[in-house]
Design a protein around this ligand. Sequence first.
Ligand code: SF4
Length: 447
Amino acid sequence: MFKKFKIKTFGCQMNIYDSQKISDIFYKIGFKNTLSDEDADIYVINTCHIRNKAKQKLYSELGKIYKIKKNRYENKKKTILIVAGCVAQAEGKEIFKRAPYVDIIVGSQSYQKIPKLLKKINKKAEEKVFVELDFEPKSKFDELPKDKFTNEISSYLTIQEGCNKFCKFCVVPYTRGPEYSRSVEEIVDEAKSLVNKGTKEIILLGQNVNAYHGLDLNNRNSNLGKLIYTLDKIKGLKRIRYMTPHPKDMHDDLYSAHKDLEKLMPFLHLPVQSGSDKILKEMNRNYTSNEYLEIIDRVKDCRRDMVFSSDFIVGYPGETKKDFENTLDIIDKVKYVQAFSFIYSPRPGTTAFNLKDNISLDEKKERLIVLQKKLKFYQESFNKNFVTKSLEVLFNNSFKEKEYQSLGYSQYMQLVRINNKINMHGKIENLKIKKSFYKSLEASSVI
Ligand code: SF4
């Protein structure tokens, strides 16, 4: 009988990638995946620390699993509970205190050690727990299984981890450590193996992805632009995207890649956070709103149909009404087609944590509503433009009811749905769009 594992993932694309790698570790040592909490012999919670509610979410999840663990124990079944990811990295000891039934806590740079930790746990008393919170990205990538046990049409590929930018609000430099870039060879090998397994789109991931500086075959530092030129040559790979870049790290080779390479999609998530120069300085973002707009223009000069998405923080300490209006102005100038926007939430351990918060919660909420209304307007208008026109869609999900319902993404990251008699999974097709919504499109037929 196979032992079974389940992974619950919170947070960003990087965490999804890490969870896929953790799955590969379990497959390699003979486990099977289960969707049922009650069936899991090993239950992993892969945590995210970016938003305020991360801890509450973790403890509510732990409480739920604790009850299941107790029930299973009464039925003579052992459950190993593992907490991984950024909350584990940042708050390991506290988790042990508050939830002593957790068996393993493993930081975001050490999850490759899970098989060893499992062996230790099986040898010693059940209550023993182990902490692995080192920053060792190189050995992590060296030790992770090279084989991929699942196949996705669209796959994440981490090329860079950590960050040296120290934006004052951000926990990443503390939870993921300093910048580390994988070698070009390692990345190309992983990309080829993904494509051989059926991947058609690769999304290159890094906390500060365009700071990538891994070694090339001649032992020289490469950059993201050069890496994309190399990946572009892989036969069978149809689409390339990257996230999350920092405006300051856009560079000549990357602009050229946007100009030259059809496979590099015309959608760029380029976080601005605020449109106020004063707030950008306070945040330690290292660019002004004008510099940001010049970068946007330069990318658009490389490819006329480029569109953009962004992250916004509303109500950062010291943000006046005028600062907020500057953020609204930048939205009007760029006309983002997607965005993530949040009220500022102080993260323990960051420089901004102790800043005096001078804005009432009601005011912050009001600003967020105004900002999101504007963002919604631009996203809806952008989607509306495509009704009766055609769009190329890569399908990564298809299920059958009376007929097939297939879901995929356009070049511009719009979710597109079509109902027809064909299973579209894995296909790239031009579709005629019949309806648009705030966050998606519906197609009538394949052209
Ligand atoms: S560049 Fe991004 S990851 Fe790095 S500190 Fe700033 S917000 Fe965090």
